[in-house]
Ligand binder design. Structure first.
Ligand code: AGP
Length: 605
């Protein structure tokens, strides 16, 4: 996902903009650039690859000026190149943009016909040519920006900079987040508060459709109907916004290690020590719900897959599940007694947000489980439930996944109680099980050295298969995703019982097969499937507890997890899934925190 920053400063802004872009690196990018206005002159520098290349360009050709905009680009239209990097410029205007202009082809044709010369393959470049055209018609920069916004369709967060204007940045938000920072005689804008954490803790979040005129003295904000409006200024906690690796080699390592504390915090927020109940908003009432629809993407979707087992088992609640990018295009059947639940770490995933907007008019209640309470998904939900995981910077989601599971487990128990399926005794027992999660996750993390050794074997594999049954099947899916996204090894996950219906053809002596199988009611069946793999020389790694490993007999590779209640096993078994991927990636030397092609939050559909 692209990153945007802008500064109206009292000093040279290029160094601060570059620092802000470094704070946005976690979003994933493949090129970057900065534009400034100095003594009336608009100029820009752009570079492909990591920010060090832009920094070199600025050393060789400094970019003076006390007003500027910067951008990290995650390529959508047009590959990574200097020509496609932002800022884009036409005449007296430069723009940085996050999102997709869905009508860019029609605009490009129109502008080309009128003589515009395009120099990139991007959708963004149509924005600067439109604004430049308005300027040439003699309108003011503010009017040029406002008129340009009216012509755009799609999702964007963007910022305009104008030649000759050293006290002006115009920015707009439609479908992609954007916030304004308040300084002393300075003003800022950024894709999120993390980008501005070194500059200010006073943040105003633009609402959907807002656009704003920034000067050194402040911001005028206008809504989608161009009515001047006020948006609250909040003070953010700089400690959480200022992210660093705290001595770890990677953000992912730090965030995996944070899990016991994060899970403790999540538990503390909803069921503090000694409490006998779960504290949730009173309007959250599962007893009136006839069906729960859960929609998410990627790892968040796998959390929903786990939660489906819990809602059905402990609350007797019918659950429909789908990935967001498919959900709204299949004409889902929605009803006035349905509850829709959206899970998203960033709260800005475009597919998930679009699905939320699709269902909202048709269901009783929209609930979200998110990690960013100020995010779009949180703000558009009837009930938003934070997971309190703190900023998750590594592209591969780890602590957010286990925290999502912890909160979803609490919701399932609450639903069971409200629907009369769980009696007070069973509710209390399962709640106590959840209180043990942080400790068991810490024990699972202690197996890291064993996992590091086992991962060396995996790092030489061409393909890897993950298997699980029941609630362990979504864990297999999550393990395969983790391995794919940070080690670039092809990995697939199958329900263990499904293997014999085709995928077992893949099994040979070169294929590692990772099996998630705590000693539970499905263990024997899973072990049978595992035996089928071993009979064909598949290299099996069995992840189980002491009882399971003892029952399984001679398995080439084994990893022992603590023996835990079946209810919480999915949360604990997430840890080996994460560590296997992490250490395999280390063996392969890939970029663990910013894997190729990926963005931390995908704000385009
Ligand atoms: C998970 O490791 C990936 N980074 C990705 O699948 C992610 O879970 C997905 O894009 C959803 O993101 P969200 O939770 O911010 O909505």
């Amino acid at each position: 996902m692209c990153g945007i920053i802008g500064i109206l400063g009292k000093h040279e802004v290029s160094p601060q903009i570059l620092d802000g872009l470094k704070r946005l690196e976690y979003r994933g990018y493949d090129s970057a650039g900065i534009a400034t206005v100095n003594r009336g002159q608009l100029d820009l520098r752009r570079a492909v690859g990591k920010l060090i290349n832009l920094s070199d360009a600025l050393v060789h050709a400094p970019l003076p000026g006390r007003v500027g905009i910067g951008h990290t680009r995650w390529a959508t239209h047009g590959g990574p190149s200097v020509a496609n990097a932002h800022p884009h410029r036409a005449g007296r205007v430069a723009v940085v943009h996050n999102g997709i202009i869905e009508n860019f082809r029609a605009l490009r044709d129109e502008l080309t016909t009128e003589g515009a010369q395009f120099s990139s393959e991007t959708d963004t470049e149509t924005i600067v040519h439109l604004a430049s055209q308005y300027l040439e018609q003699g309108v003011s920069p503010i009017e040029a920006a406002r008129s340009t916004l009216k012509r755009l369709e799609g999702a964007f967060a963007l910022a305009f900079l104008f030649e000759g204007e050293e006290d002006l940045i115009i920015c707009a938000r439609r479908g992609s987040p954007l916030c304004i920072g308040h300084g002393t005689g300075e003003m800022y804008l950024g894709s999120d508060a993390i980008a501005l954490a070194d500059l200010t803790d006073r943040i105003t979040y633009l609402e959907e459709g807002d656009w704003a005129v920034l000067t050194h003295d402040g911001a005028q904000i206008f809504d989608a109907e161009d009515r001047q409006t006020n948006r609250a200024m909040t003070r953010i906690n700089l400690d959480t916004a200022r992210v660093d690796k705290s001595g770890h080699k990677h953000f992912m390592a730090k965030e995996m290690a944070e899990q016991p504390g994060v899970l403790q915090a999540a538990m503390g927020c909803y069921a503090g020590p000694g409490s006998t109940g779960i504290t949730l908003p009173p309007e959250l009432d599962f007893s009136a719900t006839d069906r729960l629809i859960m929609v998410a993407c990627g790892t968040a979707h796998y959390a929903c897959q786990v939660a489906k087992y819990w809602f059905e088992k402990y609350a007797g609640l019918a659950v429909e599940l789908d990935i967001a990018s498919e959900f709204r295009y299949r004409d889902p059947v929605l009803g006035p007694s349905n509850m829709a639940l959206f899970v998203s770490q960033s709260g800005e995933t475009a597919d998930t947000l679009a699905a939320l907007r699709h269902v909202k008019p048709h269901v009783a209640q929209v609930v979200s489980v998110i990690n960013v309470p100020t995010s779009s998904i949180a703000r558009e939900s009837d009930v938003a439930l934070p997971i309190h995981a703190g900023p998750e910077i590594g592209v591969a989601s780890t602590k957010a996944f286990t925290a999502q599971l912890q909160v979803l487990a609490l919701l399932a128990l609450q639903a069971g109680l409200q629907r009369g399926v769980l009696d007070a005794r069973d509710f209390a027992a399962h709640l106590e099980d959840l209180r043990t999660v942080p400790g068991y996750v810490a024990q699972a993390l202690d197996r890291e050295e064993d996992i590091r050794r086992l991962s060396e074997l995996l790092s030489r594999a061409r393909d890897v298969l993950f298997l699980g049954r029941g609630v362990m099947f979504p864990l297999a899916l999550e393990g395969a995703l983790k391995l794919k996204e940070i080690s670039y090894i092809h990995a697939e996950a199958y329900a263990a019982g499904e293997l014999k219906h085709g995928p077992i053809a893949l099994v040979d002596k070169d294929l590692p097969v990772i099996v998630f199988a705590p000693f539970d009611g499905l263990f024997e069946k899973t072990v049978s499937n595992m035996q089928e793999v071993m009979a064909r020389q598949g290299k099996v790694l069995l992840i189980s507890d002491a009882q399971g490993l003892a029952h399984a007999g001679d398995v080439p590779y084994q990893l022992q997890m603590p023996s835990v209640p079946a209810f919480i096993a999915p949360i604990v078994y997430a840890v080996p899934a994460q560590l296997i991927a992490y250490h395999t990636a280390l063996h392969r030397g890939t970029d663990v925190d910013q894997p190729r092609n990926l963005a931390k939050s995908v704000t385009v559909e």
